[in-house]
Design a protein around this ligand. Structure first.
Ligand SMILES: [Ca+2]
Length: 284
């Protein structure tokens, strides 16, 4: 009499187990669109754990504090205009009325001037050892990883992080909203910053800049790839090729490049050789 009882219990166990496993499988299989989105997101950012010989690196400022000072006081010494919305600024405060910029939520940060990384530090840092593993030691004995650790230990990261070519004076809240999202086209024409034509969609982690700086952004991204070996995805390359053609370098973009070249010893060939570089950048 005991054997059939055990048999029945085992059967019941397997029936329940199979049923329990079916629920997550069924749910996952129904989420095809979400899964595709997740895969697309992870595929959009290729690994950036590159190494460049120290002699091949530009002479960028040694710290981020120094980079900001040089950016504001030297490169933009007579050009007090923010990157995204074209507002005037004085000291470290943005004049919101000068460009019709409406704060979305954070009034104080909206008017704060910040240095924006066009190629986000998170995107070129996240694959590096110093970002992922706690290889840095505190004097007190603990360990840490991430941006600070990379700035201290990784010459390629530090040089790229402080590269003035990749830094632009931007409006604090817009900079914060852009976060480390990729550049792209955002469906619709949402206007959440008043007259400023910057669109950020956190649901697809994407930001669309105003048209007059699309080319500036594309050439900055090409420069970061060429200088540090940070790879652009095929999708990004197509987008930036289009932006590069649509918005050629203007007088200010060329002057900015010359000023930074004097400081760092190297210019952006995608600006200097425009439009010759279009062919080589799109042909890869
Ligand atoms: Ca432009």
């Amino acid at each position: 009499m005991r054997l059939p009882q055990i048999h029945n219990r085992m059967t019941l166990f397997w029936v329940v187990a199979a049923f329990a496993l079916t629920i997550p499988w069924f749910t996952w299989s129904r989420l095809e669109p979400l899964r595709g989105l997740f895969e697309a997101r992870t595929a959009r950012v290729p690994s950036q754990d590159t190494q460049v010989a120290p002699s091949d690196l530009p002479r960028t400022p040694g710290t981020f504090e120094e980079a900001k000072r040089v950016l504001y006081d030297q490169v933009y010494r007579d050009r007090r205009l923010t990157f995204y919305c074209g507002c005037t600024y004085s000291g470290r405060r943005v004049d919101l009325a000068s460009c019709g910029l409406q704060p979305r939520k954070n009034v104080d940060r909206a008017a704060r001037l910040e240095a924006e990384h066009v190629f986000p530090a998170h995107q070129f840092g996240q694959f590096r050892q110093c970002w992922r593993e706690p290889i840095c030691r505190k004097p007190s004995g603990g360990s840490y990883k991430g941006r600070k650790c990379c700035e201290e230990t990784d010459a390629v990261f530090r040089t790229a992080h402080n590269d003035l070519m990749n830094l632009y004076p931007a409006e604090g809240e817009v900079n914060g909203d852009r976060s480390n999202y990729s550049w792209g086209m955002v469906p619709g024409e949402k206007r959440v910053y008043g007259q400023c034509n910057m669109e950020v969609d956190s649901s697809i982690r994407r930001a669309e800049p105003p048209e007059n700086i699309m080319g500036d952004i594309a050439r900055t991204m090409f420069y970061m790839e060429a200088t540090y070996g940070f790879k652009l995805s095929d999708q990004d390359r197509k987008l930036f090729d289009a932006w590069n053609k649509m918005d050629p370098p203007d007088e200010w973009e060329r002057s900015r490049n010359e000023r930074i070249k004097k400081i760092q010893g190297r210019g952006n060939s995608f600006i200097e050789n425009y439009p010759a570089m279009i062919v080589s950048s799109s042909g890869r």
